[in-house]
Design a protein around this ligand. Sequence first.
Ligand code: OGA
Ligand code: NI
Length: 367
Amino acid sequence: MATTAPTGSPLSQPSLTHPPPPRKLTTVKVLSESPGLSSIPSIYTFPKQTYHEPVSDTKEPIPTIDFSLLTSSHPDQRSKTIRELGIACRDWGFFMVTNHGVPERMMKAIIEVCREFFELPEEEKRGIGGKHVLDPIRSGTSFNESVDEILCWRDYVKIFQHPEFHSPNKPPSFREIALEYSKRVRLVAREIIRGISESLGLEKDYIDETLNLENGLQLIAANLYPPCPQPELAMGLPPHSDHGLLTLLIQNQIGGLQVQHKGKWVNIDPIPNSFLANIGDHIEILSNGKYKSVLHRAVVNNRDVRISIAVPHGPALDAIVSPASKLVEIVGNPPAYGAMKYKEYLELQQGSMLNGKSSLERIRNGV
Ligand code: OGA
Ligand code: NI
């Protein structure tokens, strides 16, 4: 697993009290639509070795969890599915979720309304939301416009859905579609997190209760990856792991997500009507490293617009996350991570460039 050495103490981060003045960047959408664009500006060019990392030709399929069995009233089916879920978390950190009960029309509707959002005139999008990671609506380009040295080939909008629901006013149907979608997805996520809790040998509701998921953070993070004339030089999103507990992702029919597995990048093409789930840094912390949040990245292409909708689910913002006491009581298994408030972790991650698992590395003990 690629890890990055810590580059300084959290205290040396410039971000919290004196954020650098925001840069005003053009969106990638506008850039990609410039007439005759045949090469990309150098600020979008990633170092060559990024692309020379091997892409796996594995035939090993990503694990699939049948959600209907996870919620089955047959104890045998449920416990078998929980075992499979534990293996998927341990070996891949990523898995497909089928039979989740979220209607296909809702999945299509959220993708389409996010597409409409990205198609709003630039002046309208620019005025929307703030720039701080705790602002309930943020829209922009790259990862963190004010610190990124190389820009990512993506535009995004991130909207808090829970514990407080927010929505941009345009497109007019956004509010209703997002509210319905995020409610349904949250139920699925909480149930999977219960399964993860059990798979770790903890009480079913341990994670839910300890991290106060009744008030847990849920966002809609919509990504737009316009066609890129030199896809081999650019990156939609560089390698990173997600904060929080569980992200559920859908996309339009266009691939681009790659997951690190056994030291290689594996192309993932989600099956229509299913979710691609991955565990986040806070499951790695809570499980004391038994389950790892896995590096993934988004590559781009020169033909199609790709849209993905990631819905991360995290602890309550004020919850302090540390390895579960039951998992560190075992002799010879000291806590591998320090305790940190979820909110502070978000600020830490947003204050640095997206750089592998650098935020998680900072709270790892004994490195
Ligand atoms: C993310 C992410 C991947 C994708 O938003 O954190 O990893 O395929 N997205 O868009
Ligand atoms: Ni991600």
